[in-house]
Design a protein around this ligand. Sequence first.
Ligand SMILES: Nc1nc2c(ncn2[C@@H]2O[C@H](COP(=O)(O)OP(=O)(O)OP(=O)(O)O)[C@@H](O)[C@H]2O)c(=O)[nH]1
Ligand SMILES: [Mg+2]
Length: 214
Amino acid sequence: MQFSLAEAPDEATAEKGRKLFAGQSEFLKGVVAMSGLPEADRVEVCFAGRSNVGKSSLINALTGTKGLARASNTPGRTQEINYFTQGPDLYLVDLPGYGYANAPLAVVEKWQKLLKRYLSGRQTLRRAFVLIDSRHGIKKVDDEIMALLDSAAVTFQCVMTKADKVKAKDLDKVMEQVRSALSKHPAAYPEIVMTSSEKGEGIATLRSIISGID
Ligand SMILES: Nc1nc2c(ncn2[C@@H]2O[C@H](COP(=O)(O)OP(=O)(O)OP(=O)(O)O)[C@@H](O)[C@H]2O)c(=O)[nH]1
Ligand SMILES: [Mg+2]
């Protein structure tokens, strides 16, 4: 599989993305057990990634709503599966971050269990966006989540975050590592999206990608 960076969308596709995200976004609920999931009545996409990688910030950037998903400097801030509606036909799902070393073991195990159940058992989950910090590349914990998505046959797309924090010369090396790690995962989508929630880079591209998922 060849992995390439997603290019900016053409005008028609960009318009589709803008239209989708011009709709109202609202926090629906935080879920701590599979029994709490909302009815599977529409398409959903989720955002997975290590603690602090920028999942909540990305949801805020996509929806253009600053405090919608709580972003914070404290790793492990998002401990529930948080559901957001985007217009009437789409759920955006903010997942608890994984790989947070300082969380108590019992808490980590509880999250992991829920995360695994959700990723492998949610019928309407169309794509998982796996967020990777542009400075750090793919770590072992990311690789484990990707393997889980492979086995659940959930297509996942790699989204690089915090692009504003990495120098161009360092990025090449990280991207090489990312491409090589992704090549081991059959469920990986061939396009990688480079983003900065801070600067807005890649947000329009990701909006149009999401608007093309049905
Ligand atoms: N410079 C920069 N900082 C960012 C970007 N995205 C997120 N951050 C910062 O990174 C920190 C973590 O962001 P969050 O969005 O809370 O990360 P998260 O993945 O939701 O974290 P958990 O909920 O703990 O798993 C915050 O201080 C954000 O302001 C970005 O694109 N650029
Ligand atoms: Mg979060």
